[in-house]
Design a protein around this ligand. Structure first.
Ligand code: SF4
Length: 379
């Protein structure tokens, strides 16, 4: 049994469903459902007590944590306090711009949230309307100012890059003006079962093509670098010292506890996923049982591959020495020379680290597949 550095808490509620959303979220039946759920979260938190003695990061995501009223959220915060009191931790809360008020922002700050992740998604009115988002460009700015006014010195904004017809310049202008500490700029995958997928099938929505998307992605990367951000991960940019410690732990293949409906965790080399059935979740948490629906322990072969896949997402990749210590495999040995040589345009091995070139980043999935093929298979 080992302590985990990170805790993820899932809030599955949203005010309404966005067109593209494949996250596990739904509209709650009322205030009492939220209250009951938060009480169950506290009970579940207690079931992971033995792992939470060394927390460095807490992340409340969703869904829409920011839609929860302060008195109800206080119940969750006081449960978290027990594991974080007196510690310097990174404590992130995801916020939908529509929900951010001076009262909420001040409360989050006072109750220990150190980092706000603000779901701008776009500064283009047409794009936000198309995605059926609640926020508008004006509300995005107001929410940002509100968080700053409450004293948040670490704000991340999310941007979706791949909406066809949407422009990105207004978002880049707003970033230049408002200077958030962190930007997540990601590709929107159109998942089956979402309204956007049905629209795409009917030809009512045409996603950006790959080359168009790459042009936008490169433009955003270049502009953000010019503005003083470092692209420290495929989709993430930060001013120096403001890289997300929580997400970096995921990419480092670190352990984390995940609590909440449908949440996932990774403890002592075993990955687990909680039930998505609210009734069962409440029953289990109330009975003092972890509401785990499934779990798996990746064998050494799979763990090596996952380690590489996650590590290569970071600009500085992963340490060959760290890989050797964990798996007993020396990736710099002659056994792998031919494999690396075939990828030399896309992968660098320098200073003890293995990382992708900018060109390699553009075709990351293919490169990772090639590496997986030449990693050893043990029985
Ligand atoms: S706010 Fe986020 S989680 Fe909620 S419906 Fe929209 S995309 Fe999904």
């Amino acid at each position: 049994m080992s302590a985990v550095p990170s805790l993820y808490i899932h809030i599955p509620f949203c005010v309404r469903k966005c067109l593209y959303c494949d996250f596990y979220s739904f509209v709650p039946s009322g205030r009492s459902e939220i209250e009951t759920y938060i009480a169950a979260l506290r009970a579940e938190l207690d079931l992971y007590r033995e792992y939470l003695g060394g927390l460095k990061t807490v992340y409340i995501g969703g869904g829409t944590p920011s839609m929860i009223d302060n008195p109800i959220l206080e119940n969750l915060f006081s449960g978290i306090d027990e594991f974080t009191a007196g510690r310097e931790i990174e404590f992130t809360l995801e916020a939908n711009p529509d929900d951010v008020t001076p009262e909420k922002a001040e409360f989050w700050k006072r109750r220990g949230v150190t980092r706000a992740s603000l779901g701008w998604q776009s500064m283009d009115k047409g794009t936000l309307g198309l995605l059926r988002r609640r926020n508008s460009p004006e509300v995005n700015r107001q929410a940002f100012d509100c968080l700053r006014g409450a004293g948040f010195g670490n704000i991340s904004v999310d941007l979706i890059l791949s909406v066809a017809g949407g422009e990105i310049e207004s978002a880049l202008d707003a970033i230049a003006e408002l200077t958030p500490e962190h930007v997540s700029a990601y590709h929107l995958t159109i998942e089956e079962g979402t309204p956007l997928h049905r629209m795409t099938s009917r030809g009512e929505y045409v996603p950006r093509g790959d080359s168009d998307y790459l042009a936008v992605y490169h433009n955003v990367s270049r502009t953000l670098e010019t503005l003083g951000y470092r692209q420290y991960e495929v989709s993430n940019f930060a001013r120096p010292g403001f890289e997300s410690r929580h997400n970096t732990n995921y990419w480092d293949y670190g352990g984390y506890a995940g609590i909440g409906l449908g949440a996932a965790g990774f403890i002592d080399g075993t990955r687990y996923t909680n039930t998505r059935d609210m009734k069962e979740y409440l029953r289990a948490a109330g009975a003092g049982e972890r509401p785990v629906a499934s779990s798996e322990t990746p064998d050494r072969n799979m763990a090596m591959r996952e380690y590489v896949m996650l590590g290569l997402r970071k600009a500085d990749g992963f340490s060959a020495d760290g890989f050797f210590k964990r798996f007993g495999v020396d990736l710099n040995s002659a056994e792998f020379s031919a494999g690396w040589a075939a990828l030399e345009k896309w992968v660098r091995r320098e200073g003890g680290r293995i990382f992708l070139t900018p060109g390699g980043r553009d075709i990351m999935d293919g490169i990772i597949g090639e590496i997986w093929d030449f990693l050893p298979e043990s029985r």
